[in-house]
Design a protein around this ligand. Structure first.
Ligand code: HEM
Length: 390
């Protein structure tokens, strides 16, 4: 008889006993059973006392998590991101945003990468949630990174960690700060489109809503202001600013917190009734670089989104001082940006024995197995087809 003790977390241990001998149920005497019970109970105590140290799923992330199992992971990710960004500098911004949109929905578990599937479990992809649809970029780049990482260390590095590493690397390649990335996240086995629609902030939000969306993720006002600094690079579609340019709050007039020269420039780039998918740079002077211009732009009413300008133009707001500090001192911005990126990267992480290390970032492993099986079957039947054609 084997007693199996499984612990999903310190408080969630279960004992499953299996009988291995064919007729052992008849042979085992009551005395033996009670001995086994005592042994199992003793083992249970050992697990309860020490389980937290060894089997806990609440393990902390660790910057040297892959030191032994995939020591080159950082340079592998860096190489792919660097190559892609040579041709497409915007990709650095897109990858940071992908990480943000992942972490705000079910935590940093790579749920954003999961495609729609009906079997073996139904997954409603977050990719079609309003803030992501036709908007997020970089899914193919993540797959390219995953392939490179799997070639070096198969089955070791999670897609959630790849997103986090790619963000730090994007910061550095974009001229921003570097930091040691806490690692050891595991991938989730589900996604939640409804939560993506609820949790991700809207560009039309006022300051209170922005603060509360961040607070719901354990991020404070400093985090909000520091992380919004990611809008120092990348692009936004005209559709998110046309109301500010032509009919703010149904006034028939532009947003009064928009500089008039900047307004004319933006109207040129986003004509009224024009293509909402046209792109505008977030930062009018250094569009592909991480620097503190985002904050100096806000000071002169040149924030692109309403949600950006809210940080400086909301009367009496506690965010104004932070904007001024970051505009004056880029080092202060970089220090806060790092700290807040690490904090965001910690949201709801799955560690230890929970979740899984996905084989393919767009599918949970059960689905990958199903797809592998299907491809084996189709290969076999095509081979049969070949045989019968002779
Ligand atoms: C504070 C609330 C935020 C709102 C309302 C917001 C909203 C938006 C919107 C509407 C876009 C343009 C999307 C499009 O045109 O399709 C965008 C782009 C972007 N966002 Fe945010 N965002 C916020 C916070 C953040 C945070 C916290 C980060 C990262 C830490 C971030 C990083 C980016 C980047 C880098 C881009 C450009 C992406 C690209 O060019 O592909 N945003 N954001």
């Amino acid at each position: 008889m084997i007693a199996m003790i499984t612990c999903l977390s310190i408080n969630k241990c279960s004992i499953a006993s299996t009988t291995t001998h064919k007729h052992s149920s008849n042979i085992i005497t009551n005395k033996k059973m009670s001995n086994i019970r005592v042994t199992v109970a003793a083992l249970w105590c050992v697990v309860v006392v020490f389980g937290g140290l060894t089997l806990s799923s609440d393990a902390q992330l660790d910057t040297s998590f892959y030191k032994k199992t995939c020591p080159k992971v950082h340079s592998i990710v860096r190489e792919v991101v660097r190559n892609v960004s040579k041709k497409d500098p915007r990709m650095l911004a897109s990858l940071i945003r992908l990480h943000f949109h992942d972490c705000f929905v079910l935590g940093c578990d790579a749920s954003i990468l999961l495609n729609n599937t009906d079997t073996p479990t139904k997954i409603e992809s977050e990719q079609q949630a309003a803030p992501n649809n036709n908007s997020i970029r970089g899914l193919d780049v993540v797959n390219q990174i995953k392939t490179a990482v799997e070639n070096a260390c198969p089955g070791i590095v999670s897609c959630a960690d790849i997103l986090t590493l790619a963000s730090e690397i994007s910061s550095v390649l974009g001229g921003g700060p570097d930091w040691k990335v806490p690692l050891g996240r595991r991938d989730g086995v589900t996604a939640n489109r409804t939560l993506a629609n609820l949790n991700l902030p809207s560009p039309f939000s006022g300051l209170d809503t922005l603060k509360s969306r961040f607070l719901a993720q354990g991020l404070n006002t400093t985090d909000l202001v520091a992380l919004s600094g990611a809008h120092t690079f990348g692009r936004a579609r005209c559709t998110f600013i046309t109301n500010r340019l032509y009919n703010f709050s149904n006034s028939g007039k532009p947003d009064p917190t928009l500089d008039t020269t900047y307004l004319q420039q933006l109207r040129g780039e986003c004509p009224n009734g024009g293509n909402g998918n046209n792109l505008v740079n977030f930062d009018l002077t250094t569009p592909d670089t991480i620097d503190n211009h985002y904050y100096s732009n806000l000071q002169v009413k040149k924030g692109l989104l309403q949600s950006d300008q809210e940080l400086f133009s909301t009367t009496g707001a506690d965010t104004i001082n932070l904007v001024n500090t970051f505009a004056k001192n880029q080092d202060a911005f970089f220090a806060s940006f790092k700290a807040s990126m690490i904090k965001m990267g910690n949201i709801g992480v799955i560690t230890g024995k929970n979740g899984e290390i996905r084989k393919q970032c767009n599918f949970i492993n059960k689905k990958s197995a199903e797809l592998d099986l299907a491809s084996v079957v189709s290969k076999e039947s095509s081979q049969e087809g070949l045989v019968s054609s002779f």
